[in-house]
Design a protein around this ligand. Structure first.
Ligand code: NOJ
Length: 478
């Protein structure tokens, strides 16, 4: 299976490369930058939604599943992109948003019975806060996210058939798989009963009001598998990676039909060796983890973990066993942007979505027009300046991508001093010091890669550093 150890590069199409000077990235722009991705050594690219959308949730509110939004280009541009990617050995994944459509999708008017309605709201809340119900013509429709995103009824066979048709449409055009959005919300209690008060802790961060409820009726209905089977049926053996907002102990029913699920326990773990270790231990107890530490909802490595830890965070992401998702900009250590006066995303996520920085010009090479969101710091952080600098973050990420191919099979967490996360892959030992002091670490003499020059001295690892060592003799033998 090609994706088993693949690195999948997340492109936020609006912010990757603009080719027509309108300040918004597009498919032709992505095509122009494919050489960067091939040079970097990733296996595939995942495009956040490119479908027609009124953009209340920047493409996660789809108004036509079988076309490209004019801001991003056309179906012909998509076909050209897939072919150009294929020529470079790169696969293209799309974002599947099955739980809701835009309220501007013609289905919402023409097929109201494909959606979920109630005469009165229950206690379910929307992911962005507030009730999950809005009134329309005397009834309430369900929206697990923004009111502009109406939840679909996957128990309606006509809707399922329409979705299968859309899924096949892109697979036939050469799409290698889908990242599946918010899939734990696909099916809800058919009787729309209230979520009962919370019992066991949920296991992942929740808003305060959500944490008071057990969330057993508003999502994860027992018959979700039947709907997932329909998705699988339509896509054949294409890759399906689920955004399943559940701790890994509860992935099992999803993984009967999906190939992998994002490891949210690790995504939410603070940069602390013990907490990272616990998240990794829990997640690797069973197969199916897709690793992710940053994306368009949570922000980039530099800002999430601090500039001093971002290189070690990249090392962690790219040395765990299983597919890894790398968010655009993390390969150059781009940080989140400032909050701008103009707000596009009401949930406050604009700052994770500033444009990619290709060169040191004021626009960062992203556009010749006026960027929808300004670049953050192109002079300081850009691809061009880092490409030939062996000490740059870009070189480190490229080296990691090459190295991960020879890391070796197997995975084992190993004991280490406090503040140090250590694990073995084949003959390689990886150690990361999350603390502010240098620490002894279980290393061998043969240093293959370090996140900072001279980070390893006498089996001691510098503060904030990460290292890969190799040993034929076994771990801990100097
Ligand atoms: C998860 C997506 O990543 C996020 O950006 C979006 O707002 C929600 N799902 C709703 O589709």
């Amino acid at each position: 299976m090609w994706w088993q150890d693949a690195v999948i590069y997340q492109i936020y199409p609006r912010s990757f490369q603009d080719s027509d000077a309108d300040g918004v990235g597009d498919l032709s722009g992505i095509e122009q930058r494919l050489d960067h991705l091939a040079w970097l050594g990733v296996d595939a690219l995942w495009l956040s939604p490119i479908y027609p959308s009124p953009m209340y949730d920047f493409g996660y509110d789809i108004s036509d599943y079988k076309d490209v939004d004019p801001a991003f280009g056309s179906l012909e541009d998509f076909d050209r992109l897939v072919a150009a990617a294929r020529n470079r050995g790169l696969r293209v994944l799309l974002d599947l948003v099955p739980c809701h459509t835009s309220t501007e999708h013609p289905w919402f008017r023409e097929h109201p019975d494909w959606y979920i309605w109630s005469d009165a709201p229950n206690n379910w809340s929307s992911a962005f806060g507030g009730p999950a119900w809005s009134k329309l013509d005397g009834r309430y429709y369900l929206h697990s996210f923004y009111p502009e995103q109406a939840d679909l009824d996957w128990r309606n066979p006509e809707l399922v058939a329409a979705m299968q048709d859309a899924l096949r449409f892109w697979i036939e055009r050469g799409t290698a798989g889908y990242r599946v959005d918010a899939i734990d919300r696909l099916l809800k209690d058919p009787q729309l009963r209230d979520d009962p008060p919370a019992g066991e802790p949920f296991g992942l961060p929740l808003r305060q009001d959500e944490a008071k409820l057990a969330l057993t009726n508003s999502r994860n209905a027992p018959d979700t598998g039947a709907a997932l089977a329909k998705i699988r049926e339509a896509v054949g053996d294409a890759l399906l990676v689920g955004e399943v907002y559940l701790p890994s102990a509860r992935w099992q029913p999803y993984l009967e039909h999906l190939d992998a699920a994002f490891a949210f326990e690790l995504l939410h773990a603070p940069w602390d060796a013990e907490r990272l270790r616990a998240a990794i231990a829990a997640t690797t107890r069973r197969p199916g983890a897709a690793w992710v530490l940053s994306n368009h909802d949570f922000g980039r490595l530099v800002t999430r973990f601090g500039p001093e830890n971002a290189r070690a965070a990249a090392l962690l992401l790219l040395t765990l066993p299983g597919p890894a998702f790398l968010y655009q900009g993390d390969e150059i250590g781009l940080g989140d942007g400032p909050r701008c006066e103009r707000v596009y995303d009401r949930a406050g996520r604009d700052r994770y979505r500033h444009p990619m920085q290709w060169d040191g010009s004021p626009s960062g090479g992203f556009t010749t027009g006026s960027a929808w969101l300004p670049p953050v710091d192109p002079e300081a952080t850009n691809v061009e300046a880092q490409r030939d600098d062996p000490r740059s973050t870009l070189s480190l990420v490229r080296d990691l991508l090459a190295l991960r191919r020879i890391l070796g099979d197997g995975f084992e967490l190993i004991d280490a001093d406090p503040g140090v996360l250590a694990y073995r892959r084949g003959e390689h030992t990886i150690a990361i010091n999350t603390s502010r002091q240098s620490q002894r670490a279980p290393l061998s003499r043969d240093v293959v890669l370090e996140t900072a020059p001279g980070a390893v001295r006498d089996r001691t690892l510098a503060a904030h550093a990460g290292v890969i060592t190799r040993s034929d003799e076994g771990v801990g033998q100097a």
